[in-house]
Design a protein around this ligand. Structure first.
Ligand code: PAF
Length: 283
């Protein structure tokens, strides 16, 4: 696996691959990789000739006071994991490579980023769509993979790709969970032993709402109340948001008729975790 740190290095490789007609897959990450990230690599592997993974802790998607400085990093471990998974190139740019002096241009998807994480994390999605656009253009990728765990992010990127005519297949991959159900996240490393136990409340609330949905309940208010009840039975969790929305528009619904998503974000101590489940009638 080759490590590329600058734009000219990346371009030279990408252009070489393109000349021989290679299909390029991109897995954008902020590093501190876990099986969730690696499942994105595995998923793109068979669809692409070359896989590029990027590791860049993007300062533009962190609000002041968030965990940018203490965001976990372990480049050596990440490098080994990616090489072991057959990644061809690792793009690992410095801040000045992505945002040189004088940088002034942003990509902003309206509306879809106003609620949920967008409400509690000002400018977060603008930072995400800006860096992802840059990575799309730099890598000239034909496909890119994102995790369903960041459901709102995935929807916003799908919208952006459609609106801006990026000729890129967006592959959304299922949430990868720890054996007890906790969604994998680089931020899980912040949790103390006690917090780790309480963090399971997110998954439990989503499991309970899924069971109620599968039993035939379709009233959003009752399904939301179920999530709240489960959630409140677990100590030391503070809800940021908890909702059931149309899976496409991310707007509120009264009765679940089509594809919906139950979403949750909560503080476990100082750590903010998110999770979700798709609610969709089978058949
Ligand atoms: O999901 C993430 O890790 C980040 O938001 C992404 C897509 C790599 C952009 O920085």
């Amino acid at each position: 696996m080759i490590i590329l740190r600058t734009v000219p290095e990346l371009r030279a490789f990408v252009n070489g691959w393109k000349r021989v007609g290679g299909r390029i897959g991109l897995v954008p990450t902020m590093g501190y990789l876990h099986e969730g990230h690696l499942s994105l690599v595995d998923r793109l592997g068979p669809r692409c000739d070359k896989i590029i993974t990027s590791i860049f802790v993007n300062p533009k998607q962190f609000a002041p006071g968030e965990d940018l400085d203490r965001y976990p990093r372990d480049f050596d471990r990440d490098e080994k994991l990616l090489a072991g998974r057959g990644v061809d190139a690792l793009f690992y740019p410095a801040n000045e490579v992505m945002y040189p002096a004088g940088f002034l241009t942003y990509v902003d998807v309206e509306k879809l980023g106003e609620n949920l994480c967008g409400r509690s994390r000002p400018n977060h999605f603008r930072g995400v769509t800006t860096v992802v656009s840059k990575l799309f253009l730099l890598t000239k990728c034909d496909a890119a993979a994102f995790g369903q765990k960041d459901y709102q992010q995935a929807r916003i990127i799908q919208r952006m790709v459609e609106d801006l005519n990026f000729d890129i297949e967006i592959v959304i991959c299922p949430i990868v969970r720890e054996p007890d159900g906790l969604a994998m996240s680089s931020r899980n490393v912040y949790l103390t032993h006690e917090e780790r136990k309480n963090a399971l409340g997110l998954h439990r609330a989503l499991e309970d709402v899924r069971i109620l949905y599968n039993s035939g309940e379709r009233a959003a208010s009752l399904l939301i109340r179920q999530m709240q009840t489960t959630f409140q039975s677990i100590p030391n969790l503070k809800i940021d948001y908890l909702d059931i929305l149309d899976a496409g528009s991310l707007q509120s619904i009264g009765v679940l008729t089509g594809r919906s998503v139950a979403v949750i974000a909560a503080f476990v101590g100082k750590t903010r975790l998110i999770d979700n489940v798709i609610l969709e009638a089978k058949g």
